[in-house]
Design a protein around this ligand. Sequence first.
Ligand code: SER
Length: 595
Amino acid sequence: MTANELRSKYIEFFKSKNHVEISGKSVIPENDPTVLFTTAGMHPLVPYLMGEPHPAGNRLTDYQKCIRTGDIDSVGDTSHLTCFEMLGNWSLGDYFKDESIRWSYEFLTNSKWLGIDPSRLSVTVFAGEDGIPRDDVSANIWKELGIPSERIHFLPREDNWWGPAGETGPCGPDTEIFYDTGDPSKPEDFKQGCSKGRYIEIWNNVFMQYNKDTEGNYNKLERQCVDTGMGIERTVAMLQGKKSVYETEVFQPMIKKVEELTGATYGTNSEKDCSIRIICDHIRAATFIIGDPKGVLPSNVGAGYVLRRLIRRAVRHGRKLGLDKAFLGDIAEVVIANFAIAYPELEEKKDFILTELLREENKFLETLKKGEAEFDKLLPNLMRNPQKVIPGRVAFRLYDTFGFPIEITQELAAEKGFSVDVEGFKEAEKKHQELSRTQSAGTFKGGLADHSEITTRYHTATHLLQQALVQVLGDHVGQKGSNITAERLRFDFTHGAPMTKEEIQKVEDIVNEQITRDLPVTMEVIDIEDAQKAGGIALFGEKYEQKVKVYSVGDFSKEVCGGPHVEHTGLIGKFKIQKEQSSSAGVRRIRAVLE
Ligand code: SER
């Protein structure tokens, strides 16, 4: 079974259980300043798990691109990925443990669906901790389905608890389903088997019952929800009997392309294999990030910085394989061809993706050239060092000032018979990080800020700003991106010229006028086609569900949006534009605060 087949089977199965398919969301989360990327399938559903009504109903299913970069340094082995797809099904206060577990079992074992031999399945269940009881209910359902007690493992919170996705939010005990890649007639200690890669987790059913608040308390949620997640790459590898995700058709076409470009043969040299895997994983991630409906571009901050690191690391490993010309576009084209069926936006944005990758790649190649020149300048001085060691702070300066990766400094040093003081480099890096962490700590306070009162106020203010801009500048103004933290809002929009002082003042006045009018904010759920036909409703170039929520601010603004919003504009506070500047060609950026 291919990844494409698994994706459609999963969705078809849950549709047959009365779930509505919703489209996956952007890999860049909106209004969640605590994380840079969407890290799980449930992430975009947090407001609904917390109680907001979802316009598509209470039983939902989808597939979602996710990015997790916490393990970026482990990528290159046969299992870690920075970018993966997750299948999920959700109950928003509808079914709970019974249906959730029975359906998972049916989908996995029934020959109409995945047809897995049940003797290969083991499960884990929450053992109980901190006054939250052991989950016998789930264990008994598994038993009724025929999983013997010796394959039902009760594990503590450390293993069998999921969430929240950010610092606060919905979470709860889970039951995880594992596939046995060994001989089921010869079981071994479960935890040991897991660590050796014998038992592989393929699905996680979370029973969302608590909301972790900013003080760290677990408060019972008003309604119990289910959040399940199945990783596509891993499950497909398992179904195909492959030892690694890289052996499946998800990665093989990319690997073939690298082989073609470099003359290397995958599977013959472990160091080269590692570089090939890094290139494939990172370029798939980079293509998904740039090609996303709310995509970002390489930069020195936030998600843009992670993207830059992914691209540069791929370039560096290309060089290790002997590539010294731009090659990322060739790999990205393979990704686009392979995934356009699930993400048509990749095909639509193909030229854009290829251009931006090439721009960053050339920039980095230029950086490497400059770094090499700088290195040559340092050389006479370094030569005087009898130990033939390049001090850590020198390596760090090359890295920090010229973006010159330590591995390249090491390569060049080795050519001259030098080594690099890596420990010293790490120390210099750590000092630097501590400094910048202290500086940026302010950005991250406030927890999962989309639920806090202040970000809700900013969110409604953004709607007012959008409409005020249309009134002052004209109908060509379209939203290109919006980002809210507890300290400010940022809004990108299409407009060809800097705004004049008068225009900025006018926009500010209009927004404040709507706040003074204390307009009611109301929500209705309507059909997307009606929304498109109606006119006068702000829609953004993204995929929508069949039913969408439309938020109206009095008679002033109407936008398709997921919420949440304040109940009336009087709650917003005084609106002030701090900055208006260019964001990219034809796009302006406003930064505004509430006082
Ligand atoms: N939230 C859970 C996970 O990410 C299930 O979707 O594993």
